[in-house]
Every structure is written in C-alpha cells, then in structure tokens.
Design a protein around this ligand. Structure first.
Ligand SMILES: [Zn+2]
Length: 62
C-alpha cells in the first residue's frame, strides 16, 4: 500500500506530512500550514509536490 507524502516548503520547516490518500494529504497539509505558518497552500500545489511512498518506510524520498 502506498501513502502520500508532502514536505513543507516553508523556510526552516521541512516538516514531512503523510496521509493515506490525496484528500487526507491536502487537509493535513492545509492544517499544518495554517497552524504553523498562518498561511495557505492550494490543493493543486500540494498534489503537484506530493510523492508516493511505500507504507512502512520512514526515510525521505530519494
Ligand atoms: Zn511547515
């Protein structure tokens, strides 16, 4: 099973956010960006920058 992963692009953050699907990923990233950066990411931007990872792997994408 694959999971979706998005690395926050805000300067100095580099928070890695993972979710089971696109919908959850968008929601999780938007929540993080709103809380941590008082900002907003567009859904299209999040999905364009998202990567798929194998479930169980914890390392960053290559
Ligand atoms: Zn962040």
């Amino acid at each position: 099973m694959k999971r979706k992963q998005f690395v926050c692009l805000e300067a100095g953050c580099e928070r890695v956010i993972e979710a089971n699907n696109d919908e959850e990923l968008v929601r999780a990233v938007q929540e993080h960006v709103a809380e941590a950066h008082n900002s907003f990411e567009l859904e299209d931007f999040i999905l364009a920058g998202a990567t798929e990872v194998d479930c169980g792997t914890t390392g960053p994408p290559p």
